[in-house]
Write a protein that binds this ligand. Sequence first.
Ligand SMILES: Nc1nc2c(ncn2[C@@H]2O[C@H](COP(=O)(O)OP(=O)(O)O)[C@@H](O)[C@H]2O)c(=O)[nH]1
Ligand SMILES: [Mg+2]
Length: 312
Amino acid sequence: MAEHPAFFSHLATGLRKTREAFFDRIVRLLQRSHVDQYLLEELEEILITADLGMPTVQRLLDALPPTVANPDELLHVLKQQVTSILSVSQGNIPEGQPHVVLTLGVNGVGKTTTIGKLAFRATREGKRVLLAGADTFRAAAIEQLQIWGEKAGAEVIAHQRGGDPAAVVFDALQAAQARGVDLLLIDTAGRLHTKKNLLEELKKIHRVAARNLPGAPHESLLMLDATTGLNAALQAREFHKAIGITGLIITKLDGTAKGGAVVGIVAELQIPVRYVGLGEGLEDLEPFSPPAFAEALFSRGPEPNRVSPRAN
Ligand SMILES: Nc1nc2c(ncn2[C@@H]2O[C@H](COP(=O)(O)OP(=O)(O)O)[C@@H](O)[C@H]2O)c(=O)[nH]1
Ligand SMILES: [Mg+2]
């Protein structure tokens, strides 16, 4: 993508495993001189194994023009279709001062890490950022958030381990308003020690935010771990029913060959992806662009030994 050179190479590097396992094979298949039944069958086979899910594979195959004879044209149609599936309307993201983002997701998907990355993006733009430690399940979770806050140049509001997460959110909202914070990122737990339902606790956090700042949370972002593939969509439905997810962040794309699942997940949930996680570092998060993602999936990508992962 000429207009996103840095994004493209970072993304293409992050998608290396996915590409090597599946999409490179498609690109190579489509370097043949003409399209025949044999090629189409091979294409279908590769797509079926690429974690897109059967309905999405079917949708891609159905979109191929019946008389397409030119492999280039076929590749073009595939990219277009993937782009179109991924282009779920974002709607208007409401603005708030502070802009409040609630993060959600099961344990280990990468919530706290991604909050660090999001905070870093914002402080780099000169914004004042506050992190709320509403994962009170483990003391380590609070420490981890504090470490990310320090790295990203963001302030942190946290209580003791075992405290009431909704009370942390209440305090964080007060502090954010008093200090003129631009962005408040709320870290939450992915599991609880009591039998109390996680989703009930998250709903309570959501209510407390809404009650104390009209319009908050302005975004509720669900983190899904790409290494779990299409199964991530199952988790997503429960969270969506309880909270009303406004966007997805797909983490750990760098660590898996299941990057095709992003297409299947979006097709199934009809929730837009806001960011993708491409590594464990502060800068390993990229805003999501459907055409850039489709391009990176079906590209040969940078030569791994010639372009360093941190080249951008
Ligand atoms: N490779 C890779 N690892 C990630 C990414 N995002 C998070 N992680 C790792 O996933 C693990 C769990 O992350 P954490 O933020 O603690 O998850 P949480 O339980 O949802 O808060 C950590 O070891 C992170 O370094 C990513 O985009 N790529
Ligand atoms: Mg965490």
